[in-house]
Design a protein around this ligand. Structure first.
Ligand code: 6PG
Length: 252
């Protein structure tokens, strides 16, 4: 588990500067993965913060710097809605990035959340992961890069505080969770999968996240919020935050 000292916290002026810093690390991760392993396997974050990054990566300045033909795209979580729904994380990534870069369609592994049985959607996504990563029985997928956001309540992906998704059994790769505040099921990668990545990069922006970010990065906190529980066992952990979200962090 990464100690606080191994956690990289990078503060940038605003969301645009944050996206540029994230794009630079995205490109480095892509290059390292394709050179050393022949493919770049990522789990995209949902929500609104990553959209600026996705649009930047699809733009003229950055698009050519990623081997999209060797990239496999997954999601960290998905709302239990069809892919054309306004709340769909797939739809957001498709519009902002995937429709504008040459990722082969067979390399886009969306969570098929249009199916009514949410636990069945999670099981199907687990099979997709096992097949794509060619996993042995108890093996976890090792993403080259997992992008995550953080809610003001400290959730990440769809791992919300005080939900049983945080206690998913060891062999689960993805689970369906009922999220009361949204009166909606969500499908999410489990904590153990997120923490098994070579690199986890959080993107957090906005004043409303400042108190939670201070709590999550405070190692003395015994009750850890879900975002604080994502601790790569062997990989890198990078927090890319804007000044507003970092406003309560002690500047050392
Ligand atoms: C989702 C995300 C979720 C998101 C946070 C932050 O499906 O919504 O997985 O974990 O990253 O809620 O969302 P914002 O970036 O919109 O603040």
């Amino acid at each position: 588990m990464s100690a606080l000292s191994e956690i990289e916290v990078i503060i940038r002026e605003d969301k645009d500067a944050l996206a540029i810093a994230a794009a630079a690390r995205f490109v480095v991760a892509a290059e390292e993965a394709t050179i050393n392993r022949g493919s770049f396997r990522i789990a995209l974050a949902g929500g609104s913060t990553p959209r600026t990054l996705y649009e930047l990566l699809a733009g003229d300045e950055w698009r050519e710097r990623v081997a999209w033909n060797k990239t496999h795209v997954f999601w960290g979580d998905e709302r239990h809605v069809p892919p054309d729904h306004a709340d769909s994380n797939y739809r957001m990534a498709q519009e902002a990035l995937l429709a504008r870069v040459p990722v082969p369609s067979e390399n886009i592994h969306r969570i098929k959340a249009e199916q009514t049985d949410a636990p069945g959607v999670a099981s199907e996504y687990e099979e997709t992961l096992r097949e794509s990563f060619q996993l042995e029985a108890a093996e976890l997928p090792c993403f080259d890069l997992v992008l995550l956001g953080m809610g003001a309540d400290g959730h990440t992906a769809s791992l919300f505080p005080n939900t049983d998704a945080l206690q998913a059994s060891e062999n689960r790769l993805a689970v369906a969770v009922w999220v009361e505040q949204f009166a909606q099921h969500r499908i999410t990668l489990t904590l153990q999968v997120l923490s098994n990545a070579r690199c986890v990069m959080f993107l957090v922006a906005g004043e409303d996240k400042a108190e939670t970010l201070r709590t999550v990065l405070d190692e003395t906190q015994d009750r850890r919020l879900p975002a604080g529980l994502v601790r790569p066992t062997a990989g890198k952990l990078v927090w890319l935050v804007d000044k507003a979200a970092a406003s309560l962090l002690q500047q050392n």
